[in-house]
Ligand binder design. Structure first.
Ligand code: CO
Length: 163
């Protein structure tokens, strides 16, 4: 009830501001689930041994984000294994609390990251830091878990080709 009233108010405001152009957001495809790990190698070994699942490419460093990353393919999505890169890594604190690692974030695709940022800023949803280039080479941003029921949520601009 409240949500549908809120939606109609948003649509009305958008129409006032931008005419017919709508900034309403559709939840896109689940691109990946981010899993923090103290060792990508050990995690890969576990996926290989238990599921015969394999990485889509070798692990690689993302220095701008302070992480080392590797994707494991599932038929409908991917697991993004994330290991700290250097002492100031943003996932260092997560691993202090969860030494064995664990689920860290979910990532949904959106058609246009700038439109997504405006949409969520307009709703007062906190966004962590600037829009930056993510592990798939497209722009990403993170929504604050405190505004997402405790789930750190990454949004990534939909890649031109499937990952
Ligand atoms: Co991610």
């Amino acid at each position: 009830m409240f949500a549908s009233r809120l939606n109609s108010i948003i649509t009305a405001v958008e129409t006032l501001l931008w005419g017919e152009r709508s900034l309403s957001m559709t939840l896109g495809r689940l691109n990946h689930i981010g899993v923090a790990t103290p060792s990508i190698e050990r995690s890969l070994e576990r996926y290989r041994t238990l599921f015969d699942a394999h990485p889509s490419s070798p692990p690689f460093d993302l220095p701008a984000q302070g992480v080392r990353v590797c994707f494991v393919d599932a038929p409908n999505s991917q697991i993004e294994l994330i290991e700290p890169l250097g002492p100031g890594s943003p996932i260092a604190r997560f691993l202090e609390k969860n030494p064995e690692g664990g689920q860290h974030h979910v990532c949904f695709e959106v058609p246009d990251i700038a439109a997504a940022r405006s949409h969520f800023e307009g709703l007062g949803v906190r966004i962590l830091g600037p829009t930056r280039i993510g592990a798939h080479g497209t722009p990403i941003l993170f929504l604050h878990p405190g505004d997402m029921g405790g789930t750190l949520t990454e949004l990534m601009e939909r890649p031109q080709q499937a990952h």
